[in-house]
Design a protein around this ligand. Structure first.
Ligand SMILES: Cc1ncc(C[n+]2csc(CCOP(=O)(O)OP(=O)(O)O)c2C)c(N)n1
Length: 644
């Protein structure tokens, strides 16, 4: 189904087309852009509320600034749909997030208008500052560098690191703080409260009016621009004697707050700011989901709602006639509550993903024992470590990809200090449509090389529950090891998943199917694809043995000895990078013990794998059921003469 853009939007193929329009037409462009986003996302899916909230800002930025020469960096990038549509991707927008289609995030390879590739939050200030300083070094003082960052993304340390540096430079950097009071869930923390105070403060509103009146009198900043700016600055400072401004104190000129949906005003403010040199911040107030009533009302649900009926606002759910397996994240959420009910020391920590991780189930019933710490993975890990020093049993849930941010904290604050923090890594393996910035490809490799760390992956819901139960048991908590449990996005395989909780022996795998010729060793949920592969092979009279190893660290060495004594052909399968991961661990074992076997490793190759459905990507990388079956055949028959 092709979505037709509005008449005006249809004429905008590049921002140059937009810039040729009369300013009076911009509200219509914004309306048509908003409608085009609604039309597309309702049918093809994707992120939603965030892009609707910055429609006016997207139009105004491309109208005022000379993109792509001026550098525009979107933080996270889930809000950049309007930007994509205005910058030459309107007619491909229906392929957004589909296999081989355009990316759901800005991406340097995709367009010269995507100044910086994003997906993880809070990088925009550092990246835009880097560009600004480089422009200066290259003698270009005219170019503008703009970072658009949400109030959620602003809670991360990296955003502060960028501001701290920016304030000590005279670089041409404009930070636009897109303040909608929301992260995916409602934003949290003291900064949130500060931004609310600043927005509602009478002092600020007075200052704002004074500043803009003053700016309004100046149609163009001529050679006296510096004088005028410093007058504006002292105007602000004088009025703020009794209320310090966080951004001003970091030497960023603060402007706003302004209504981020008043496109006329936005354009004139941005026009003025364009002529003010040095690092500055414009505080814009917007509404997430703006212009689509259901999305304005339930902003968390409409962050990425899936397909929906745009007329009724009904979100489409697949219906099934038989009971379906739950999502792993929900098994985590419910099991955490179950464990916390029995063990008063159990607490939960999430960096800004209460809904995404299902930690919100615990937050609802035990609000004092579950913590959303904002988009702050490093803090989440060290905060967990601090609690563990006091004997709390901490389940710290972080998406595999975002845990990359907190690697030093895992080593320095948890493992070296022998603290038994439990890390639950959601979205491990291919993340799907979010693409390479979000694939949880590396965790098995980066966790298994850290001392004092147990690394496990459940093949199904029951195993996830048992691993969580085991991790919080006295035996583990009185030991000196952290415990990583990684599981994928999406559903498991057990509709009846509320199984009794059982202690698992650490470092023990299990036999799924005995067989001959080839031993398939799997880790985690991808083992189910090996089960499917074995079913396919059975019809050809091939029956490999299949072992679910459960633990990458410690490896089940006793089992591996048995396997290498019986099999000279071994296939390892993991939904993770083949370099350094589970298969590598098996190869290390083989070499260390002097076994000689043909080992084939399946997993994510040493390449950036783009976006698509998980199964499409697994197929591309050769470890979907067909790929696994083919690898078994290859191991069995390659190099052997077949007599017909
Ligand atoms: C490092 C990192 N952690 C978590 C996320 C998941 N995430 C994506 S968008 C988002 C909320 C961002 O909030 P904000 O910056 O205020 O933008 P809004 O969606 O409100 O427009 C989060 C937590 C991420 N992208 N990167």
């Amino acid at each position: 189904m092709l979505i037709t853009p509005g008449k005006l939007l249809a004429t905008i193929n590049t921002p140059d087309d937009l810039r040729r329009l009369d300013k009076s037409l911009l509200p219509r462009v914004a309306d048509e852009l908003r409608q085009f986003i609604i039309d597309n996302v309702s049918v093809y899916g994707g992120h939603f509320g965030a892009s609707l909230g910055v429609v006016e800002l997207s139009v105004a930025l491309h109208y005022v600034f000379n993109t792509p020469d001026d550098q525009l960096v979107w933080d996270v990038g889930h809000q950049a749909y309007g930007h994509k549509i205005l910058t030459g991707r309107r007619d491909r927008f229906h392929t957004n997030r589909f296999y081989k289609g355009i990316s759901g995030f800005p991406k340097r390879k995709e367009s010269e208008y995507d100044a910086f590739g994003v997906g993880h939050s809070s990088t925009s200030i550092s990246a835009a500052l880097g560009m600004a300083v480089a422009s200066q070094l290259q003698g270009n003082r005219q170019r503008n560098h703009i970072a658009v960052i949400g109030d959620g993304a602003m809670t991360a340390g990296e955003a502060f690191e960028g501001m701290n540096h920016a304030g000590a430079t005279d670089s041409n950097l404009l930070i636009i703080l897109n303040d909608n009071c929301m992260s995916i869930d409602p934003n949290v923390g003291a900064l949130r409260e500060y931004l609310t105070d600043i927005t509602t403060s009478q002092t600020y509103n007075k200052v704002k009016d004074e500043v803009w009146n003053l700016l309004g009198k100046m149609s163009k900043f001529g050679k006296s621009a510096q004088d005028i700016v410093s007058k504006v600055e002292s105007g602000i400072k004088a009025s703020l004697l009794d209320q310090s401004n966080l951004f001003e104190s970091l030497h960023l000129r603060y402007f706003g707050p302004i209504d981020g949906h008043d496109i006329d005003h936005l354009v004139s403010v941005l026009d003025d700011l364009k002529n003010i040199p040095g690092p500055k911040l414009l505080h814009c107030l917007t509404v997430k989901g703006k212009g689509y009533a259901p999305a304005e009302k339930d902003q968390t649900k409409w962050h990425a709602p899936g397909l929906f009926d745009k007329v009724t606002g009904e979100i489409k759910k697949k219906t099934f006639t038989t009971p379906q397996p739950p999502k792993y994240q929900d098994v985590f959420g419910h099991t955490l509550v179950e464990l916390a009910e029995k063990n008063p020391r159990v607490v939960g920590v999430t960096p800004a993903m209460p809904s995404g991780s299902s930690m919100n189930i615990m937050m609802k019933v035990m609000p004092d024992r579950a913590f959303d710490v904002g988009i702050a993975e490093q803090h989440a890990v060290t905060f967990s470590a601090g609690m563990a020093t006091q004997g709390e049993v901490v389940f710290c849930n972080i998406y595999s990809t975002f845990m990359q941010r907190a690697y030093d904290q895992v080593i320095h604050d948890v493992c070296i200090q022998e603290l038994p923090v439990i890390f639950c890594l959601d979205r491990a393996g291919f993340a799907g449509a979010d693409g390479p910035t979000h694939h949880g490809a590396y965790d098995l490799a980066y966790m298994r090389c850290v001392p004092n760390m147990i690394v496990a992956a459940p093949m199904n819901e029951q195993e996830l529950r048992n691993m969580m139960f085991t991790a919080q048991s006295d035996e583990i908590q009185q030991g000196k090891q952290a415990f990583t449990i990684r599981y994928p996005r999406g559903e498991g395989v057990m509709p009846n998943w509320r199984t009794p909780l059982e202690q698992l022996p650490i470092g023990k795998g299990r036999l799924i199917q005995d067989g001959e010729g080839v031993a398939i060793l799997t880790i985690g949920h991808i083992g189910n694809s090996a089960v499917d592969a074995c079913t396919m092979l059975a019809s050809e009279g091939i029956q490999p043995a299949h072992f679910d190893m459960r633990f990458v660290k410690p490896l089940d060495e006793a089992l591996l000895h048995q396997i290498f004594q019986r099999f000279d052909r071994v296939l390892t399968v993991e939904d993770g990078c083949v370099m350094g991961g589970f298969g590598s661990a098996v190869l290390e074992f083989m070499a260390d013990h002097g076994y000689v076997a043909r080992v084939k490793r399946l997993g994510i190759p040493d390449a950036v794998v783009e976006h698509g459905e998980q199964i499409e990507l697994q197929h591309e990388c050769g470890f979907d059921p067909q790929g696994i079956a083919e690898a078994v055949r290859e191991l069995l028959f390659a190099g052997r003469t077949v007599t017909v």
